[in-house]
Design a protein around this ligand. Sequence first.
Ligand SMILES: [Zn+2]
Length: 237
Amino acid sequence: MEENRYSRQLHCTTNFSQATLSGATVLIAGMGGLGCNASMSLTAAGIGTLILCDHDTISISNLNRQLLYRETDIGKKKVIVALDQLQKLNGDPDFIVVDGRFNERLLPSSANPQLILDCLDNLPGRIELIAYAVKNNIPLIHAAVDGFMGQLSVFIPQESACPICSLAGDMEGADLPIPSLGACVAVMAGLQATEAIKFFTNSGELCINKFMFFDGLSGRIDTIDLERDHNCIACSR
Ligand SMILES: [Zn+2]
């Protein structure tokens, strides 16, 4: 078998199609810890187009978990540094950079995501992002972290519960900043990227109508069933 950049992943499942991945477009909302790690995994896997969205600049307290950034990048725009690092990681994907808090109006007309990764850390932004997903019928993979804990859920608009449908799933309280351990952020971002690749290659079973909870302290992963709330402030609008 000829070796190339992707030869080790081609036989992960019988459905695995590199051509499908290479034709896929993913919007990553938030280039913090989750966004850095997830974008690295998807770039390395050869996703066709990544849309990187963030408004923020790099600060010293980002560096325990936001692995695309270096000490020399402090003060620079996250999306600009992320673009440079990801292009060095793999020259195959195309990238679209959106410098600002996620808002549909900021997306160029050329940006037509087939999947959204919710890598945000705040409830208002997440509600805006889910509303965009519903309006445009785009599936969304949510993850969030709090210290050694993490959660994940896959949302299919009009079909399944969104991460806001259950208040039990809201990990963003009033007291910011949220404790955030880089190793656990990497676990949750890895799970997000795994669900994304499963989605595009039609492999396995997605975490739909469920919350997956990772507890790094006990080393356990549990799931609970989610029910769609038809009065949800995010997905029923
Ligand atoms: Zn909802």
